[in-house]
Design a protein around this ligand. Structure first.
Ligand code: ADP
Ligand code: GLC
Length: 489
């Protein structure tokens, strides 16, 4: 099968979060199964691309006011996958991918509409796939365009679309007057199509116009069909319940594995854990903490966003700091949470340290050097860090939601089964109780090692999930193209 991915970020070229890890790894796993896969991403200022060549000098993207001409760069073939970059400097040669601390870029609708349309135009020349696999709101217009402006285009007559929701909290909401600029017809602006409380909602468009929808864990696929987790799109999702699947993300163990991680001080494995102690000392030093401390060390690597449950940490932070533990946190994002960690560091300098940064090398050091990893998310579509933590013998403490619930099994000291600690109620008290439970378990060195080993031997590699995606692509190809029900208009 020929599959074309379109997404806004992709490891190793550009990354702000887990989406990039997925788009960097799943295509290779599909190629290994014998499929022909290409990936389109924007060419940002930050894109790490050595000596790209130009494959298409000028792809025309009509906008209502003027044509835009973008270039397609060839990123080469990596792990059997062809990478292409849409280059349009006025939109993508900027300080950041989506926005600055002042907020999102004001022209994000145009930026990613241009990207989406350029992918279609470029595919007409470079090869139309059997399936376009699009990810999150930034490429959500592709399914919409294919069933509207491009509906009569013979080049796309047999194409199907699969859309993956990585995070329904980000929908691509824009004022309605963007439609004419993007040359999208006004009849899309109805409640049964792209309208959402007076705005245009790109993600809603994809949920209606894609042939099949997936999300990144089974639990999250159920949660988003409820009002608590659906961010207003639960009704749309319920109307498509027959065409939704939850497929758990995998992990690229070439990148995240303590036996060969090039960022960490010492390697270790499930058979020989001794290197982990060196990694702990190295990590403590990197954060300016006492490297001879025997206290259990909790790691955090995260976008500092409300989604990740930092309000819970904030509620119980001082009580946490009085426990026999140390905490190292790495992250950037909302000022409120950056300030929280700065304040805690000032108040408890021997126990709690923070780096306000985006630092991949340090993220690896935390995975290897910490004893426990804390992820108390309010919601979590999949979550990757807890899965990395398992492989590093760094025991996850998580809230039982979405992929966190699907990947972590509660530790039971009576039978030695389980991989981590979970709590369900979204409260600081529940978090504190669960951390205390973990601290108690840590005191029994033998059973703690069993717990570490349980996690280290779990396998979340991509192959099984890639096979699930292939089934979804095949199903999308076998069913008639989706039609949008307009009875509510
Ligand atoms: P999300 O995509 O919601 O941020 P995930 O757990 O799926 O959450 O993925 C986050 C990815 O981003 C992981 O690979 C993690 O290591 C990385 N990451 C997040 N914050 C940082 C940071 N401050 N520095 C380095 N890597 C980070
Ligand atoms: C999103 C989600 C995260 C998921 C990642 C990759 O950013 O927040 O839970 O792991 O996408 O699918």
């Amino acid at each position: 099968m020929r599959i074309t991915f379109a997404a806004s970020e992709c490891v190793p070229f550009s990354k702000t979060g887990g989406l990039a890890d997925v788009v960097g790894a799943l295509p290779g796993a599909l190629a290994q199964l014998g499929h022909q896969v290409s990936v389109f991403v924007p060419k940002y200022r930050q894109t790490k691309l050595e000596k790209p060549t130009t494959v298409l000098r000028s792809v025309t993207v009509p906008f209502d006011d003027q044509y835009r001409f973008c270039t397609v760069l060839d990123g080469g073939i990596v792990s059997g996958v062809q990478f292409y970059f849409i280059d349009y400097p006025p939109y993508f040669d900027r300080d950041a991918l989506y926005g600055t601390s002042l907020g999102d870029y004001r022209d994000n609708a145009e930026r990613f509409a241009l990207f989406s349309r350029a992918v279609l135009e470029a595919s007409k020349i470079l090869g139309v796939p059997d399936v376009f696999h699009c990810h999150d709101w930034q490429s959500a217009l592709i399914p919409v365009l294919l069933r509207t402006l491009y509906a009569e285009d013979p080049a796309f007559a047999d194409v199907r679309t699969v859309f993956t929701i990585h995070n329904i909290g980000y929908q691509g909401l824009f004022p309605s007057d963007i439609l004419p600029l993007l040359m999208l017809p006004w009849d899309l602006f109805t409640i049964s199509k792209l309208e959402f409380y007076g705005k245009v909602n790109f993600l809603k468009g994809a949920l209606l116009y894609s042939d099949f929808i997936t999300t990144v864990s089974r639990r999250y696929s159920q949660e988003i069909q409820t009002s608590e987790y659906g961010f207003g799109l639960e009704g749309v999702l319920r109307s498509r319940a027959q065409s939704i699947a939850g497929i758990l993300n995998g992990v690229d163990y070439n990148e995240w594995c303590p036996e060969r991680d090039s960022f960490i001080a010492a390697h270790y494995s499930v058979g020989n854990l001794s290197g982990k102690e060196k990694d702990k000392k190295d990590l403590l030093r990197a954060f300016g903490l006492d490297d001879s401390s025997e206290l259990p060390l909790i790691g955090i690597v995260s976008r500092f966003a409300a989604q990740k449950g930092f309000d819970l940490i904030s509620h119980v932070a001082d009580r946490l700091a009085h426990e026999d533990l140390m905490i190292v946190a790495l992250g950037t994002g909302d000022k409120e949470y950056e300030d929280l960690f700065r304040r805690l560091n000032k108040q408890y300098p021997k126990k709690l340290a923070v780096k306000i940064a985006y630092d991949n090398s340090l993220a690896h050091k935390i995975e290897a050097g910490a004893d426990m990893f804390l992820m108390p998310s309010r919601y979590e579509p999949c979550g990757l860090n807890q899965i990395y933590s398992l492989r590093y013998g760094t025991v996850p403490i998580v809230r039982a939601t979405g992929g966190l619930d699907d990947t972590i099994e509660t530790w039971d000291p009576r039978n030695g089964k389980g991989t981590g600690f979970k709590f369900t109620e979204y409260s600081g008290e529940a978090l504190l109780d669960t951390v205390r439970l973990a601290l108690t378990a840590y005191k029994d060195k033998n059973s703690w090692q069993q717990l570490m080993r349980n996690g280290m031997t779990r396998d979340f590699s991509w192959t099984a999930s890639a096979r699930e995606y292939v089934k979804v692509y095949e199903r999308a190809r076998m069913t008639p193209k989706v039609t949008v029900d307009t009875t509510e208009d």
